[in-house]
Design a protein around this ligand. Structure first.
Ligand SMILES: NC(=O)c1ccc[n+]([C@@H]2O[C@H](COP(=O)([O-])OP(=O)(O)OC[C@H]3O[C@@H](n4cnc5c(N)ncnc54)[C@H](O)[C@@H]3O)[C@@H](O)[C@H]2O)c1
Length: 396
């Protein structure tokens, strides 16, 4: 992620100081940038001169204090470890200029806890880029209870100038995208473990019937099973919602270092980065319920999208943008309109009746939308009113 974020800023004309632990790690970063910009050149999106200029704007360091001196914005993207991030922030707090913005790219840690480690926590903010950062337009800008509004405004302006789509949210486990995407993946893993359908059936069904770009188990392998587990654990800790509890098979894959593509094995086995015939954790169901899959997974996911709006965490627009630009999934509230809130309510009531899990209870707001005479108009109204609410009440 560090290499990708470096490329984003260098491409926009900024002088960028890239820092990592040692020369070997810096070389890894250099080669990621060389490959990514090389691809852009071969696709005609960048000239060779532009590539050379971009690379020339990056200076590499192994000492963070030296790297951040004179910088206006610092973006941290070290391993997902709170102690490490706090230690880094203490260093940059002292070494960076007093008016520098200190940002973290964490996916699952409380940004408030990182901010609490520095002398001026009001200048700490989350900037959650998506992988690959040069290509993905969505950036979640996360403010804490400390964060200065002016810093959020400055960052949003800057990100827009870089061609990104910033979405501002408060500090809560998973922000928008991971809080919606990872529980969907977690549910698919649970269904797989509990013999609902085979691995291939689950993945193929969600691509064919739900129109998602890839199946949830293949997606877990791509994101990294360790990352999925970490996000689910954080969500579970914060919400105490048992639906977010990671399935045993996910924890076992992580223990076995089967993190997915990056380690060559996960739900599938990968040879040269592509899924192969393998001895993965193949579980065959007693009786496949694959026909129920799209309703089951999409219904639960849409109910969670509606709950997020109901909880006043995000607007309809922010949820739509987050899932479309962050995951290339159809806009959830457009899908809700198409399926209709009434039908989604029926589906979710069915799931809740079967599982009895409080986390599967239909959202109150879903019931309201389902009861409207004109359900599509009710969604439009919700979209307009939440856009206004979140714009006028930026602290949520
Ligand atoms: N991978 C993703 O899709 C993704 C997406 C969004 C956010 N993130 C977040 O970005 C961060 C990095 O994730 P990643 O996937 O790029 O991890 P990674 O393991 O690929 O990279 C982490 C880098 O940090 C370096 N590092 C570790 N300790 C350091 C130190 N003390 N000083 C300087 N550099 C140090 C490592 O050498 C390594 O190059 C995490 O917080 C993660 O949650 C990841």
């Amino acid at each position: 992620m560090g290499a990708g974020i470096t490329e984003v800023f260098a491409k926009a004309g900024f002088e960028v100081h890239a820092v990592d632990n040692n020369e070997a790690a810096l070389d890894r970063g250099r080669s990621i940038i060389a490959k990514s910009t090389g691809r852009a050149v071969s696709r005609g999106r960048m000239t060779e001169e532009e590539q050379a200029a971009l690379v020339g704007r990056i200076t590499y360091f192994t000492d963070p204090a030296e790297a951040v001196a004179g910088c206006g914005l610092v973006v941290e993207a070290v391993f997902e470890d709170l102690d490490l991030k706090q230690e880094i922030f203490k260093k940059i707090d002292v070494a960076a200029p007093e008016d520098a913005i200190l940002a973290t790219n964490t996916s699952s840690l409380a940004i408030t806890a990182i901010a609490a480690a520095v002398s001026k926590p009001e200048r700490v903010v989350g900037v959650h880029f998506f992988n690959p950062a040069p290509v993905q337009t969505l950036v979640e800008v996360v403010r804490t209870v400390y964060t200065d509004d002016a810093i959020v405004e400055q960052l949003v302006k800057l990100l827009k100038e870089l061609g990104k789509s910033p979405v501002v949210v408060n500090d809560r486990a998973g922000f928008i995208v991971n809080a919606l995407l990872i529980p969907y993946i977690g549910s698919a893993i649970n269904l797989y473990e509990n013999g609902f359908a085979t691995r291939e059936e689950i993945d193929a069904t969600m691509v064919e019937a739900a129109g998602y770009p890839m199946g949830p188990l293949a997606l877990a392998d791509m994101i990294g099973n360790d990352v999925c587990l970490a996000v689910l654990e954080k969500l579970y800790d914060e919400t105490k919602n048992r639906v977010n509890a990671p399935a045993p098979i996910l924890t076992r894959l992580v223990i076995a270092n089967m993190q997915g593509r990056k380690t060559g094995k996960g739900f599938y086995t990968y040879v040269d980065g592509k899924p192969s015939e393998d001895r993965g954790p193949i579980r065959r169901p007693m009786q496949s319920r694959k026909a129920e899959l799209p309703d089951r997974l999409v219904g639960e996911y849409l109910n969670n999208c509606v709950k997020m709006v109901e909880e006043n965490y995000a607007s309809v627009d922010a949820v739509n943008t987050g899932m479309a630009e962050g995951c290339r999934m159809p806009k959830p509230f457009e899908v809700l309109k198409e399926i209709t809130p009434k039908r989604v309510l029926e589906i979710v009531e069915g799931i809740y009746a079967e599982t009895g899990e409080p986390g599967h209870r239909p959202a109150r707001l879903l019931r309201q939308l389902a009861a409207a005479d004109d359900q599509a108009a009710a969604i439009d109204e919700l979209q307009a009113s939440t856009a206004e609410l979140h714009a006028s009440n930026p602290r949520g």
